[in-house]
Design a binder for this molecule. Structure first.
Ligand code: SAM
Length: 281
């Protein structure tokens, strides 16, 4: 059997099992089984596969059919063009979260050595990307989960982001980062309503509930951000947070009541995905 024939067989197995984007996933998995990249696939596709590769590929396909996210099987995923290790215990970086880094790019470009807080850092995708884009910045990455912290450490090392400092702690702890003045606070906190967790896609349910669960109304973490973190902004500095579909109004209201001027940023589908806040006096 050729590489291409095996790839098509795997894609059909995924499709038959109702896995969305079956051909896309099978392509990633065949490349993983062969240890090649996308460009090399074109050169290899008519070559015969050995038994070991076939067994390896079919075992990856079976894991995918069982509901394991593609990114966990691959063990690595890209965000803002940088690689991040991912796996059980850490949230997979999402494309919409890149909006926060885009906001940082616009906002920090005239600052010499900005100080940035990334609250609820997870894999470190936001903290590391900002640190790479602004090598003179100092980025503090706050995370509570021990599993996520393991990935955060590995991803800082993988990307040689020496200007990221890990703060192991709970963002509800008022003592965290006291005495340090941020130019920008970024956060993609957990924001799913607790009772919606069991209704999520089975792949998302494999991700840690601690990364998803935003409490009864999904807003627990925005309340903490409003109470514990907004007052730390100085004139000219900002907070930008990701939120779920239809949450932007509630989040803006919380930040407004905490004394901020707010704005929103839409994602590519026109959904308000990011709320920004600045000091109102
Ligand atoms: C939605 S995930 C975001 C991860 C990453 N920033 C991203 O955008 O992919 C939220 C993260 O918050 C962490 N977290 C949950 N509760 C926390 C708390 N009280 N303090 C600090 N981090 C917390 C979770 O472990 C998870 O890594």
């Amino acid at each position: 059997m050729t590489v291409n024939e095996l790839y098509r067989q795997g894609a059909e197995m995924l499709d038959y099992a109702f896995v969305e984007n079956a051909f896309f996933d099978a392509r990633w998995l065949i490349e993983k089984a062969l240890g090649i990249n996308s460009a090399q696939f074109a050169l290899k596709k008519d070559k015969e596969v050995n038994k070991k590769t076939e067994v390896e590929f079919l075992s990856l396909i079976r894991r995918r059919i069982a509901g394991e996210p593609l990114q966990y099987i691959l063990g690595e995923w890209e965000f803002m063009g940088y690689p991040f290790y991912v796996g059980e215990g850490v949230l997979i970086p999402r494309p919409e979260t890149e909006l926060l880094v885009d906001f940082a790019k616009d906002n920090l470009k005239d600052k010499k050595a900005p100080v940035v807080f990334d609250l609820c850092s997870g894999s470190g995708c936001i903290a590391v990307s900002v640190a790479k884009l602004f090598p003179k910045a100092k980025v503090y990455a706050v995370e509570k989960s021990q599993d996520a912290l393991t990935y955060l450490k590995k991803n800082i090392k993988l990307n040689k982001a020496k200007n990221v400092e890990i703060i192991s702690g709970d963002i509800a702890d008022k003592r965290l980062l006291q005495g340090i003045t941020p130019d920008l606070i970024l956060s993609n906190p957990p924001y799913i309503k607790s009772d919606e967790l069991p209704t999520l896609q089975k792949e998302v349910q494999r991700e840690p509930s601690m990364a998803l669960d935003g409490g009864k109304d999904g807003l627990d973490f925005y309340k903490i951000l409003a109470e514990n973190w907004l007052y730390r902004l100085q004139k000219g500095s900002f907070m930008a947070v990701e939120c779920g579909e239809a949450q932007a109004e509630d989040v803006s209201q919380l930040f407004f009541l905490a004394g901020s001027i707010t704005d929103t940023i839409n994602d590519l589908s026109g959904i308000q995905r990011v709320v920004t806040a600045a000091k109102n006096r």
